[in-house]
Design a binder for this molecule. Structure first.
Ligand SMILES: Cc1ncc(C[n+]2csc(CCOP(=O)(O)OP(=O)(O)O)c2C)c(N)n1
Length: 246
């Protein structure tokens, strides 16, 4: 019988610890499929984040390491510069990349490091129970903004792709979502391209994945899907923010 569906080789068989409806598992699978399809599993090194994906090293069947909160781009820089033949990716949440690690991502992008960054934007600090992140939407209720994010008090949502697009060096910045099969297929295309860019020595690539977090948003999975479509992506429009490879 012909096998038409199986676990990517780049994933272990460890069950994910993620909440029902969480986007991390889908993102992991798309990263793993991309690595398999590019034939780079044996030479890929991932940097796991602090956050809900802190155990990513258990799920990826790859050489993996862990960086302190916010520091995956710095760790990935060191690994790539000392092992230029390796394919190196950082996997980060929005608290990781846009709060404590804002400096690391801006400077890695500005140096044009030849690395791939997978950025999961779920508009809050998921692992610690749903506090406001720099990406939290205006009016969004979180554990630390119980009356909704007020720009006078907490500032505005930070758009990491748009911010990095003002820099000269990054070659590819795209924002995608994974709330339905069409979006998942599109996200896969973007992730694979971000890895292919590195294989072809093109430079710094980042894919931002708008990801559902129903448990910390206090929503059902179906309501979270609707909220991403109707609200979240209005503040964070999907599409290519910068592509110097075309
Ligand atoms: C240096 C340091 N500061 C703070 C924390 C606490 N902490 C753990 S996870 C986390 C936020 C994670 O949020 P995010 O990066 O958005 O990822 P998510 O959990 O939503 O996937 C924080 C603040 C930590 N572990 N280390």
């Amino acid at each position: 019988m012909k096998k038409i569906f199986s676990r990517p080789e780049s994933l272990t068989n460890a069950p994910f610890s993620y909440c029902p409806g969480c986007g991390h598992g889908i993102a992991h699978r798309l990263v793993a499929e991309s690595i398999d399809e590019l034939g780079i599993r044996e030479r890929t090194i991932g940097v796991a984040p602090v956050g809900c994906a802190v155990f990513a090293y258990n799920y990826f069947n790859l050489d993996m390491t862990e960086a302190p909160h916010g520091r995956p781009p710095a760790a990935a820089t060191g690994i790539k510069r000392t092992n230029p033949d390796k394919i190196v990716f950082a996997y980060q949440g929005d608290g990781d990349i846009a709060a404590i690690g804002m400096s690391e991502i801006v400077h890695a992008a500005n140096r044009g490091e030849n690395i791939t960054v997978i950025f999961i934007n779920n508009a809050n600090y998921g692992m610690t129970g749903g506090q406001m992140a720099p990406t939290t939407l205006l009016g969004q209720v979180t554990q630390t903004t119980p009356f909704g994010r007020d720009p006078k008090r907490e500032g505005y949502p930070i758009k990491v792709c748009e911010l990095l697009s003002s820099l000269e060096a990054p070659v590819y910045l795209e924002r995608v979502a994974i709330y339905d099969p069409k979006q998942v297929l599109n996200a896969k295309r973007a992730i694979k391209k971000a890895f292919a860019n590195q294989v072809e020595n093109k430079g710094f690539s980042l894919v931002e994945i708008i990801s559902n977090c129903p448990v910390d948003w206090g929503m059902t999975v179906m309501d979270s899907i609707k909220w991403v479509k109707d609200v979240f992506i209005k503040t964070f429009p999907l599409g290519i923010i910068k592509d110097k490879t075309r």
